[in-house]
Design a protein around this ligand. Structure first.
Ligand SMILES: [Zn+2]
Length: 424
């Protein structure tokens, strides 16, 4: 099928036509189907560095298929699947299984992340080399959900992946400082009488790991940065030339710890929602590049794991279908040109570069893969969990009005979303 996307604004620029033929963008020519894209903005397909697809093991919360549909609906064309499945993705066999399921679903490119340690146990390095040379060609390794807390193991992991320019993605949480933690440690946790998760538990690990990465000369990525202090550590490390990259989630760019006062477990997440000052620092870091990437940390949970008492609820929020609208809102003070350019960089190009996904995050020019998403920036939508494509509904944005709507997504010339609906 050849498509003509008529009058679309690429990254907020002047309206132009895009032609898709044989999976790539073409100069011009006949089309089988015309899509009127007046008022729509084209972005390179979004790339998520941090998605929990829950398969194998918790298919009641999400599968590779349902998570892929949710991703496409959110404008994504590639997602990196975290390793904390059951069994854990710590062998070539499991990462290849996830990779194959992604290919079968065919809606986004699913790039498995491998575990750093066997069973996420933090004791013994997993088969990093075997995962790297498997069909899944794993390049990023993470024990996400758990911190690689042992400094000697972290050093060895960094040394191991250096040989093939791999990356260790750290969930920065010093476990001895967060035992029993229920929310951010601060005024609000004192008032509510809940055990706090102090900012220093994140910052201590980031400080240690940038030093280790600098010492070894390896690539380090910091997952879901949540504090102003972490931003300062990253700023200093980057200024020194340490090979470190970092991500922030949409929820940490918008929500604050006072929401815990509702005791609604939908706001329970790890790392926890922080303060207004942290949110301000994270937004500034996203704009000035100290934070490279917006990543969703899409964490679907079954109803029984989320609709219970705060203390027993699992941490995490779904995010794939709301990430772009949240970021659009967060960056609403920027000029349109700056805003679209920043979104393309932080939500597509930078994550594609970090993950080594050469077919993603490219410029939308003739000859390039037709892998992009069309967004209606004028639309406003009230988030309704019942309309979500994900198998889980644990969104903190239910009832919130957010700007922007994904109208269509194309992966190598094939539509995965049309008229705002997943095609399969
Ligand atoms: Zn994490």
């Amino acid at each position: 099928m050849a498509y003509l996307i008529k009058g679309v604004s690429v990254l907020g620029g002047a309206p132009a036509d895009l032609v898709i033929r044989d999976g790539v963008l073409a100069e011009a020519g006949p089309a089988d189907e015309v899509i009127d894209a007046a008022g729509l903005v084209a972005l390179p397909g979004l790339v998520d560095l941090h998605t929990h697809l829950r398969e194998p093991g918790r298919e009641d919360a999400e599968t590779v298929q349902t998570g892929s549909r949710a991703a496409a609906a959110g404008g994504y064309t590639a997602v990196c699947a975290m390793a904390n499945t059951s069994p854990v993705a710590d062998t070539a066999g499991v990462v290849e299984q996830v990779w194959r399921l992604g290919r079968e679903a065919g809606l986004v490119d699913v790039q498995p992340i491998g575990a750093v340690t066997v069973g996420l146990g933090g004791r013994q390095l997993a088969e990093l080399g075997a995962m790297a040379t498997s069909a899944a060609r794993v390049r990023i390794f993470s024990d996400d959900g758990h911190c690689v807390a042992d400094p000697r193991l972290m050093r060895r992991a960094l040394e191991y992946v250096k040989a093939f320019d791999g990356i260790i993605a750290q969930h920065a949480e010093e476990p001895r400082l967060t035992e029993g933690a229920q929310m951010h440690e601060g005024e609000m946790s004192t008032r509510l009488g809940l055990t706090g998760w102090p900012a220093v538990a994140e910052e201590a690990i980031i400080a240690r790991d940038v030093l280790l990465a600098e010492h070894v000369g390896s690539r380090l990525h910091i997952c879901h940065v949540s504090t102003a202090g972490s931003v300062e550590l990253l700023r200093q490390a980057k200024a020194r030339g340490v090979r470190v990259t970092a991500e922030v989630t949409p929820h940490h760019l918008l929500l604050t710890d006072d929401l815990a006062a509702s005791y609604d477990p939908v706001y329970k997440v790890n790392p926890p929602l922080r303060t207004r000052a942290d949110v301000r620092a994270l937004r500034q870091a996203l704009i000035d590049g100290v934070i490279d990437v917006v990543a969703t940390d899409h964490a679907p949970h079954a109803v029984e794991d989320k609709e219970c008492e705060w203390a027993y609820a699992r941490p995490g929020m779904v995010g794939l279908e709301t990430a772009l609208p949240v970021v659009l809102g967060v960056l609403s003070d920027l000029s349109p040109d700056h805003r679209w350019e920043l979104i393309a960089e932080r939500m597509s190009r930078a994550p594609a570069r970090i993950a080594g996904l050469a077919e993603h995050g490219g410029r939308l020019v003739p000859g390039a893969p037709a892998t992009f998403t069309l967004v209606d920036p004028a639309a406003r939508r009230v988030v309704d969990p019942a309309e979500m494509v994900s198998r889980s509904r644990n969104t903190p944005f239910a009832g919130t009005t957010l700007p922007g709507r994904v109208v269509a997504t194309f992966l190598r010339g094939e539509p995965t979303v049309l008229d705002g609906k997943a095609v399969r």
